[in-house]
Design a protein. Structure first.
Ligand code: AMP
Ligand code: TRP
Length: 325
């Protein structure tokens, strides 16, 4: 691996089946940048336990994300794939950064505010969540962080913490940024004013693992409007079409739409066909990997070893600068 390359870091929480929003918003951009960057792809299990979860399901969900990454095109020979809790330095750096983070900044995070509304008394983990996310990236001196649009505020905080640390203790961290120029925001099929999300239930999302029938049903019943118009739902269908269909097909459909010569049923049927084809190779690769779990275990062992080595160097440098050694 060429060490002169900038580092890329992104994380996905093991909270159930991966949907097309996660895939297009976070995994595919990382897949497309594997040659350009020294890439770190992390299953952020310590983040996922800040929300209500079933301990007995967690192992399988973690394994599921690893399979999704590889089936989705992450090449373990090019990228470092690992599990966050296997590298204890994430928590160590989090504590150190915690000491320079203003509580007010954490309380301003949309995610925190949403939790406060839902659960009345949120736990400390959800408040400190963005510090752990900053530690994830800074531990590897990551510069490129491909994430969806919902993470913008967290990236801002990460940048502020890196700058503040550098100011207080001397130049240490490069300032990371989201490398996706127009971060995608795929909306719910069922409720297109909301972001596609696992928490909105299976009707809202197209899972990478959905079978062709389910995909067709979800797309054909997507909420749009009655007469063809650029509603939030229509816009979402076009966004998806642009991602999964060839450019000419997209252009052709868009022209028909502009000429008011397009029916929703046609747009949806075309999108459904391309979506089914889009997920098919990912599903096939995933099924293959399911039968080869030793291979997965060896990839993770190698990944966390490489991650730990870099992480411990950063921690040593940080502690020294903070006067701790
Ligand atoms: P999460 O499932 O919350 O761990 O999200 C994993 C990654 O997928 C993050 O980079 C998110 O920004 C991205 N993501 C999640 N939902 C969407 C969506 N509906 N559209 C685009 N990107 C998304
Ligand atoms: N908070 C991110 C999300 O919900 C996941 C995440 C954790 C992450 N650590 C990260 C993303 C570091 C990018 C970089 O999607």
């Amino acid at each position: 691996m060429n060490n002169k390359k900038q580092r890329l870091f992104t994380g996905i929480q093991p909270t159930g089946s991966l949907h097309i929003g996660n895939y297009l918003g976070a995994i595919l951009p990382a897949v497309n940048r594997q040659d350009e960057y020294d890439s770190f792809l992390c299953v952020v299990d310590l983040h996922s336990i800040t929300k209500p979860y079933e301990p007995k399901d967690l192992r399988d969900q973690i394994k599921g994300v690893v399979l999704d990454y590889i089936a989705g095109g992450i090449d373990p020979d090019k990228s470092t794939l690992f599990i966050q809790s296997h590298v204890p330095q994430h928590c160590e750096l989090m504590w150190l950064l915690n000491t320079i983070t203003p509580v007010g900044e954490l309380q301003r995070m949309i995610q925190y505010k949403e939790f406060k509304e839902r659960f009345k008394e949120p736990q400390g983990g959800i408040l400190n969540y963005p510090i752990l996310m900053a530690a994830d990236v800074l531990l590897y001196k990551g510069e490129a962080v491909p994430v969806g649009d919902d993470q913008t505020q967290h990236i801002e905080l990460m940048r502020d913490l890196a700058k503040k640390f550098n100011r207080m203790f001397g130049d240490t961290f490069p300032i990371p940024k989201n490398t996706i120029q127009n971060p995608l925001r795929i909306m719910s099929m069922h409720d297109p004013d909301k972001k596609m999300s696992k928490s909105l239930g299976p009707k809202s999302y197209i899972a990478i693992s959905d079978n062709p029938d389910t995909i067709r049903k979800k797309i054909m019943s997507a909420v749009t409007g009655t007469d063809i118009a650029m509603t939030a739902g229509t816009k979402n269908l076009f966004t998806l079409l642009e991602q999964v269909a060839p450019k000419d097909t997209y252009n052709h459909m868009y022209e028909k739409f502009e000429n008011k010569d397009l029916q929703y049923s046609e747009l949806k049927a075309v999108l459904a066909d391309y979506m089914v084809e889009f997920v098919k190779p990912i599903q096939e690769k995933r099924a293959e990997l399911e039968n080869n779990l030793d291979y997965i275990a060896s990839i993770l062992a190698e990944g966390s070893e490489r991650a730990r080595k870099i992480a411990s160097e950063t921690i040593e440098e940080v502690k020294q600068k903070m006067g701790l050694m």
